[in-house]
Design a protein around this ligand. Sequence first.
Ligand code: AMP
Length: 288
Amino acid sequence: MRIILLGPPGSGKGTQAQLLVQRYGIVQLSTGEMLRAAVAAGTPVGLKAKEIMASGSLVPDDVVVGIISDRIDQPDAKNGFILDGFPRTVPQAEALDELLKHKHLKLDAVIELRVNESALLSRVETRVAQMRERGEEVRVDDTPEVLTKRLASYRSQTEPLIHYYSERRKLSTIDGMMAIDEVTRAIHRQLLALGAVEPKTHARSAAKAAPAKKAKAGKKSAKKAVKTAKKAAKSAKTTKKTAKKAVKGTKKAAKKTAKKTVKKTAKKTVKKGSKKGPKKVTKKRAKR
Ligand code: AMP
């Protein structure tokens, strides 16, 4: 399964991506995370991206497209991936279409998390507080000033993607203001409706245990099939019995009717003073 999560900063893309990773056993490809790692490692890409990211602007398209293309080729992405924070511009979306086509891969869905802008600042503030609590380093771009800039760049450069994917019939919009697990359920329902996931996809443990589960399910369905077959055989037997009984009953009834008719006719014949004896008539009629 290959999906894109689309939404402004603070819409819950990262949180949902992690939950979907656990549920479906696929990988999360977050360009923001990859760029932060590159900055921390001081790679050439990191050095290029550092200042741009700190200011809340977007890193050049060719840089992120290159990162994503390489990442998709990694073995752990073969099972599927969730793109979080990519694409962020129409040229990036076009480049993604091209590279997926080149790699013979299909995009299953684009999930847009729609949220009230007024909630975004407080969400990012909560994220910062939680990161501090966990003793994690707080992102340099998680400040009210930079967030305003990131939101502006989302509106002008990323929002056009809603139209882009809607035109291509890939877009599904989910209310991102719901509770976290409700959003996850809504995404799951949407993926089910699109046929991107199988009906019984639960937690990661379930994904890991899939072969065992499948075998169990296979055994179960085999048992069921045997039961059904036995039932069918039983009912066939019953039908046979019923049919036999019915035939017997019909035969009996026929015999009775024949006897009655014979008796009646014999009586009549006797009354009329026929030459033929009643016994002869009885035999003839009974034969009929
Ligand atoms: P994020 O973690 O997705 O909020 O991204 C953090 C920062 O990384 C953004 O503000 C950008 O500067 C940069 N970035 C992440 N993804 C992209 C992208 N697809 N295109 C350009 N810049 C990106």
